[in-house]
Design a binder for this molecule. Structure first.
Ligand code: UD1
Length: 441
């Protein structure tokens, strides 16, 4: 297993370019199961994206990488023969066969988002057998809301031997009131509804920008979705989708992670390819802590907060403070003057990184869903263990500000969701090296 060796304290300056969003690319890739060809650009090169391609290939989707003839020119010509540096961020997906319908445990266990194949399979192939994702370190994460919606739309669902077995003679639109605005749940229902008979309305839908990106990509392929960006989506089912293309939005969580890095160590760090409108709540929290920003055409610049102040944050569905940024804001709170509080309302067990941060000198107490951060800590390098994707990013930030050397074990978690993170950090001045270990499956 690879690990990171980090020497803390180096200022971060220059420019970093944000990649395409993982959480947007995944549902859009799975939407290729609805039929109609899809050309998708700005796909990040990540472990989770490779898992999605493996699963899609088992389900009869052909993904052809497209290479730029001029790698510097994103809007230039793209062809199926490799360019000089083999630069790939664009794929053409098409259906080879529509008989397969099983998502096996081996793939689903490594990526919970595999559940996103359920809606499209049911709608297009009328049959799906998908391994139950099971629990994970950040909480139980059930999929009951997805399943209840499909039953209301006319699917018959049973659970056997750890698999969801679902079939239908044809999904029918209806009104669905979500008890919680689940992100992948909304996306799954949205995809299924595009090919259902009649009108589906989803109330209390998730309003995350990634849900909007999926809806926009589906409309570009002939779906009829209204209310995009609101909590009430109306989907008028169509018989089939047509060929279309889409460019994945930039990753707001990667952008947020670099913003916090800038607040800790920036010496006029510029973050490019950012949709600032998706980051309002995080920017508000950073402003409370003393940060100033300079915004210009899809980029934002930030310098180290000289005397960060403690504050409070409460994770909530969008547009609230993102749970996916909770681990990263903690190192800044740990060194701030005065106490801070974080309330985690989205996942029940998302503080596994706190013990490791405390080993680096932070002073954080957990009481149920609340983290009380004493503040004023001077972090010190240590050997720590990453436990999930965003927890690893939080530990990397803690190590960057810590005095001395740190080792972060199990960075395969971070490879699931951050494209070339060590290359990007090194290019802006961080002292970070990947130490190669045995490959894990
Ligand atoms: C997505 C994101 C993840 C982010 C999360 C919250 C992707 C691939 N992942 O995860 O990065 O942290 O949104 O912003 O987009 N729940 C139920 N029953 C359900 C579904 C969800 O009880 O059927 C609960 C979950 O256990 C959790 C909460 O709802 O406590 C939020 O989960 P959800 O919004 O579904 O998160 P994901 O879509 O899994």
């Amino acid at each position: 297993m690879d690990r990171f060796h980090i020497v803390g304290g180096s200022p971060l300056r220059g420019e970093v370019i944000i990649s395409g969003s993982k959480n947007s690319a995944l549902p859009i890739l799975f939407s290729s199961l609805l039929g109609g060809g899809l050309e998708i650009a700005n796909v990040p090169s990540l472990r989770d994206i490779r898992t999605a391609f493996s699963l899609l290939s088992q389900l009869g989707i052909r993904a052809e990488p497209l290479f730029s003839e001029n790698p510097e020119e994103k809007n230039g010509r793209w062809s199926s023969s490799p360019s000089k540096d083999g630069w790939v961020e664009r794929y053409r997906l098409s259906e080879d066969s529509i008989s397969a319908h099983e998502a096996p445990y081996d793939l689903v266990r490594t990526m919970r988002a595999s559940i996103l194949c359920l809606g499209p399979l049911l709608a297009r192939r009328k049959r799906a057998r998908v391994s139950l994702p099971g629990g994970c370190l950040i909480g139980a994460r059930p999929v009951d809301i997805h399943l209840n919606a499909f039953v209301r739309m006319g699917a018959k669902i049973s659970i056997d031997h750890g698999y969801i077995d679902a079939h239908t003679s044809g999904l029918t639109g209806c009104d669905i009131h979500l008890p919680y605005p689940t992100v992948t749940g909304t996306e799954n229902i949205l995809m299924a509804a595009t090919l259902a008979r009649g009108v589906t309305r989803i109330f209390n839908a998730a309003q995350e920008p990634e849900v909007n990106d999926l809806a926009i990509s589906l409309n570009a392929r002939g779906a009829h979705i209204e209310g995009i960006g609101t909590s009430s989506l109306k989907i008028s089912g169509v018989d089939s989708l047509v060929d279309g293309s889409h460019t994945v939005m930039s990753d707001r969580i990667e952008a947020g992670t670099f913003l916090v890095a800038g607040a800790l160590l920036g010496d006029f760090l510029t973050i490019r390819n950012v949709d600032v409108s998706c980051l309002e709540t995080l920017l508000g929290t950073l402003r409370d802590m003393g940060a100033n920003f300079e915004e210009k055409d899809g980029s934002i610049s930030i310098s180290r907060i000289l005397k960060p102040r403690g504050t409070s944050a409460r994770t909530e569905p969008y547009p609230g403070f993102p749970t996916d940024m909770q681990a990263q804001i903690l190192p800044l709170m740990a060194i701030a003057e005065g106490p801070s509080t974080v309330v985690e309302t989205v996942f029940e067990n998302r503080f596994t990184h706190v013990m490791e941060m405390n080993r680096m000198g932070a002073n954080i107490d957990i009481h149920g869903s609340r983290a009380f951060v004493r503040g004023g800590a001077g972090l010190e390098g240590a050997s720590v263990m990453a436990s999930d994707l965003r927890a690893s990013a939080g530990l990397v930030l803690a190590a960057l500000i810590a005095k001395g050397e740190s080792e972060i074990q199990r960075v395969y978690h971070i490879d699931r969701g951050y494209e070339k993170i060590e290359t990007k950090l090194e290019s802006i001045g961080a002292r970070i090296k990947r130490v190669r270990g045995e490959e894990i499956s």
